[in-house]
Write a protein that binds this ligand. Structure first.
Ligand code: INI
Length: 158
């Protein structure tokens, strides 16, 4: 593929401030996502003092907090971590939908990567599977995605 210019991100990051936006709802699950995200960010070069944790009540509140964080221009990326569990109620659709749309809209409006580390699952069992057991850890995935996005956006911006 000589001659083709490829712009891509590295999985190593230096000098970047990242906000970890964490919902308290389903905290038993979400705290595992947070541990996975912090561990991943640190293993890829982030410094503890550059990681700021911001807690909100639930997934529905995440977009507004993300918007305020982005507006400060203090952060190069936001990692949103939460768990919306269906549990047989239509409430799920509204909470998960608003959270997803709102976070995507903050990312576009403020030109900042917002990783979607919010589990949207049918059952607590599925949530556990994705919070550090047999289906990996969604917090780790979200952290890796912001590392890559910060890096590729820096490359594009050069
Ligand atoms: N918030 C969540 O983060 N996860 C859920 O599963 C959930 N459920 O199922 O209701 C949930 N609801 C709370 C919501 O996010 C708000 O905090 C609440 O409605 C107050 O605005």
């Amino acid at each position: 593929m000589t001659g083709i210019q490829v712009i891509e991100g590295q999985l190593s990051i230096r000098s970047t401030r990242i906000a970890l936006l964490v919902s308290r709802f389903n905290s038993f699950i979400v705290e595992s996502l947070l541990s996975g995200a912090i561990d991943t960010l640190k293993r890829h070069g982030a410094e503890e003092h550059d990681l700021h944790i911001v807690r909100v009540p639930g997934a529905f509140e995440m977009p507004l907090a993300a918007k305020r964080l982005a507006a400060t221009q203090r952060y190069e990326a936001i990692v949103a971590l939460g768990a919306v569990i269906r549990g047989g109620t239509p409430h799920f659709e509204y909470v998960a939908g608003e959270c997803t749309k709102g976070l995507a809209s903050v990312s576009m409006q403020y030109d900042i990567p917002v990783a979607f580390g919010v589990l949207t699952v049918d059952s607590i069992e599925q949530a556990i599977e994705r919070a550090g057991t047999k289906a990996g850890n969604k917090g780790e995935e979200a952290a890796l995605s912001v590392i890559e996005m910060i890096s590729v956006l820096r490359e594009i911006g050069k």
